[in-house]
Design a protein around this ligand. Structure first.
Ligand code: ADP
Ligand code: TRP
Length: 325
């Protein structure tokens, strides 16, 4: 089984990215041939500063490694190190109906939010399809928001194969994750860098403390049992703590008669902070080490790219041959 996924290097990573994506990548690297990449070509749609783009690419790579992606098991690489990607992007694009792109949810959402679309945003799903199809991927672990992109990928691969009357591109027999819950942000909306409601993975201790301490809570008194609906603090405690630890926290949350010190929201924020540091202190250390050894990071990325290009070679050869290049 060949597993492929990517994350855009368009900003600082947060715990939603970990629990919603990267943790799954780490689990899946033991289940087949895994390819994970940093979608730094996609990121050009939003990062318009070369130095920053380069830095974010390395930060994202260091994050994957620090959180457990093992370069001995998975190929970890930069999208831009695979020249076959823009090539397949173009070739595939010649059979992609404009209407599919005009009707794509992510595109329509951005328009609805007032974006003035560029060609890059419009063509985003085609580039993503090229990412997926280039390596004969079987499984693409992505969140719900990316589902439609995967369906489009399958449609276009099918169309391409029919046009050229051959099985040139493998349709990923998609197992997308829908079991992963959406991690709420500190304001209760989906955690997202665009909403400014994140708990970051690699910010300074002080910044993380601030992100947690300024979380929204309601006005329930410390001595009262706390409600569990619409409580991002409660939901995040559940995400960050192991089930057995959370059971104790849950009991305390629902218990009446406590004091501000033991049962106030501040005390629960402290528990969230403890859970965060228990989980991420080690990865944070490894991340800092990796960011201080750029040569090693670069070496690992080159090694990953070579492996990925090995998988890509027969596919692009088939495609070139079929279309007459
Ligand atoms: P953001 O919403 O912060 O811009 P991205 O869209 O770059 O994050 O997401 C990168 C990956 O992390 C995707 O696979 C996405 O499904 C996952 N992800 C992002 N935010 C969350 C969240 N709040 N809960 C679960 N998964 C998430
Ligand atoms: N669009 C994905 C996201 O925003 C990132 C991505 C680009 C991707 N190419 C991909 C994910 C190919 C899976 C497969 O999260």
């Amino acid at each position: 089984m060949r597993i492929l996924s990517g994350v855009q290097s368009s900003g600082r990573l947060h715990i939603g990215n970990y629990y919603g994506a990267i943790r799954e990548f780490v689990t899946m690297q033991d289940q087949g041939e895994a390819l994970y990449f940093i979608a730094n070509l996609h990121a050009l749609n939003s990062v318009r500063d070369g130095a920053k783009a380069r830095e974010l690419t390395l930060e994202t790579a260091a994050a994957f490694l620090a959180l457990g992606v093992d370069p001995a098991k998975a190929a970890l690489f930069r999208q831009s190190d695979i020249p076959e990607i823009p090539e397949l992007n173009w070739i595939l694009g010649t059979v992609v109906p404009m209407a599919d792109l005009e009707n794509a949810h992510s595109y329509k959402d951005k328009l609805a939010h007032g974006a003035k679309p560029d060609f890059g945003l419009f063509g985003y799903p085609v580039l993503m399809a090229a990412d997926i199809l280039l390596y004969d991927s079987d499984v693409v672990p992505v969140g719900k928001d990316q589902r439609q992109h995967l369906e489009l990928t399958r449609d276009w691969a099918g169309k391409f194969n029919r046009q050229y009357n051959a099985d040139l591109l493998k349709l990923p027999a998609g197992r997308t994750r829908d079991e992963t819950a959406v991690v709420p942000g500190t304001d209760g909306q989906k955690m997202s860098k665009t909403y400014g409601n994140t708990i970051d993975l690699f910010a300074t201790d002080k910044e993380v403390e601030k992100q947690i301490k300024t979380m929204k809570t309601d006005s329930t008194a410390p001595e009262a049992a706390k409600p569990t609906e619409n409580q991002p603090l409660y939901d995040l405690l559940k995400v960050v703590h192991a089930p057995a630890d959370f059971a104790a926290i849950d009991a305390k949350w629902k218990e009446a008669g406590g004091t501000g010190q033991t049962h106030g929201y501040g005390a629960f924020k402290k528990l969230l902070l403890d859970g965060y540091f228990a989980t991420f202190t080690e990865p944070r250390k490894r991340y800092a080490e990796l960011m201080n050894d750029r040569a090693e990071l670069e070496r690992l990325l080159q090694q990953g790219a070579a492996k990925a290009r090995g998988y890509a070679a027969p596919v692009i050869a088939r495609v070139r041959q079929a279309v007459g290049l």
